[in-house]
Design a protein around this ligand. Structure first.
Ligand code: SF4
Length: 318
C-alpha cells in the first residue's frame, strides 16, 4: 500500500520507530526556514484548513499499522510542512485513537499555539515537539522567515499556554545554524524563552540534510560544545539517525519515493532499502533510473549524497 498520507515506519532520533502521518499537501507551511530539508516555501500558507479528508488519512494509518512488520513506537504527525495548519488535525488524532492506544506525537514549528483551537486540537497527543530556535525577533525572522502576523512573542506565549494547559509532554527542538543563532548571546536569549515556556525536554539539532539555503550549515564543534555548556540538560540530536527504513518488497521504489518526499534519504539508506530485494547492482540501477526519470534528485550536502523528490513533482496536486 502506497499512501499519500502515511509513510514509514522510519527511524526517528526522538520517537524510535515512527510511523509518519502527513496531514497536508507537500510544503504547506507558514514558515520558510533557511534550514528546511524540503526547500524554500513557494507561498506561505497562513490560514488553517482541512486539506485532506479525515477519514482517508485515518484509514491509511489503520492499514499501515496492520501492515507494519515490526513494533511502532510512535505515530508521528509531522507533514510536509506545518501540521497544525490542518484544521482537522484534532479529528484525525481522534480517529486514530479509536484503534491505537500507543503513543501519538506531533512535530510542529510551534507557531500557532496562541490560537485556543489549535491547543485543543493537540489534547490527544502524548508529545508535542515544537521548534524553539530563537530568543529574539531578529534571529527568529532570519531563521524561519515567517509572515508578519507571526511574532516570536506570540509563539512563546502560545507555547507557554500549551505547556500550562496540555497534559502531554513538550519536547522542544532547538535547531542551530552556524553564524545565525549559535552565538553566546543568541543561546542565552533562547535559554530565557525556554525558561518561560518550561518544556519537559530539550533536543539540540543541526541541519543534517540538504537545507533550503546552502549556507545554512551546522555550527562548528567548538560552538556546539558551548551549546551544551549553556544547556547541560539538552539531548543531543546532532548526529544523523540510524536504523532500517521499512522495506516493501512489492512496491519498493514507490515506497522509497514516498519516504524521500519529506525525508531525504542518505545514499546508504536508499541502497539499504532497495538492496535487500534487488541486490547491490539492482539497487544502483534502480536509483540511477529514478534519477534519470526525474523521480529523484541527488543532492550533495556536507560530503554526503542525499536523494529527494523534486518539489515540482508534487505541487498543485494537493
Ligand atoms: S522546517 Fe518545518 S517549519 Fe520550517 S519551512 Fe520547513 S516545514 Fe516549515
Amino acid at each position: 500500500m502506497i499512501s499519500q498520507y502515511v509513510f514509514g515506519p522510519v527511524p526517528s532520533r526522538r520517537f524510535g520507530r515512527s510511523l509518519g502521518v502527513n496531514p497536508l499537501p507537500r510544503k504547506t507551511c507558514n514558515y520558510s526556514c533557511i534550514y528546511c530539508q524540503l526547500g524554500r516555501t513557494p507561498r506561505l500558507q497562513t490560514e488553517r484548513k482541512s486539506f485532506f479528508q479525515t477519514r482517508a488519512v485515518v484509514e491509511d494509518v489503520r492499514k499501515a499499522l496492520e501492515k507494519a512488520d515490526a513494533d511502532i513506537d510512535y505515530i508521528t504527525f509531522m507533514g510536509d510542512g506545518e501540521p497544525t495548519l490542518a484544521a482537522n488535525l484534532g479529528d484525525m488524532a481522534e480517529g486514530v485513537r479509536t484503534f491505537w492506544d500507543g503513543k501519538i506525537a506531533l512535530i510542529s514549528n510551534g507557531s500557532l499555539f496562541h490560537e485556543e483551537e489549535v491547543r485543543r486540537d493537540v489534547e490527544l497527543f502524548d508529545v508535542v515537539s515544537p521548534t524553539v530556535s530563537a530568543g529574539d525577533e531578529r534571529t527568529f525572522r532570519q531563521m524561519h522567515r515567517p509572515p508578519r502576523s507571526i511574532t516570536l512573542e506570540k509563539v512563546v506565549e502560545g507555547l507557554r499556554l500549551l505547556k500550562e494547559e496540555n497534559p502531554g509532554e513538550m519536547w522542544a527542538e532547538m535547531m542551530l545554524v552556524g553564524g545565525v543563532n549559535d552565538s553566546l548571546t543568541s543561546l542565552l536569549s533562547i535559554r530565557k524563552v525556554l525558561r518561560e515556556i518550561g518544556p519537559d525536554r530539550l533536543y539540540v539539532a543541526v541541519p543534517t540534510r540538504p537545507p533550503a539555503e546552502n549556507w545554512a550549515l551546522p555550527p562548528s564543534r567548538e560552538s556546539l560544545r558551548q551549546v551544551f555548556d549553556v544547556f547541560p540538560e539538552a539531548l543531543d540530536m546532532t548526529e544523523p539517525e540510524e536504523g532500517p527504513f521499512l522495506r516493501n518488497e512489492e512496491e519498493r521504489e514507490a515506497e522509497l519515493i514516498e519516504i524521500a518526499k519529506n525525508h531525504p534519504l542518505r545514499e546508504d539508506q536508499a541502497f539499504e532499502m532497495l538492496s535487500m530485494s534487488l541486490g547491490l547492482e539492482g539497487a544502483r540501477d534502480s536509483i540511477a533510473r529514478m534519477v534519470q526519470e526525474g523521480r529523484l534528485v541527488a543532492v550533495d550536502y556536507a560530503g554526503t549524497t542525499f536523494y529527494r523528490v523534486p518539489l515540482e513533482r508534487t505541487f498543485g496536486k494537493g
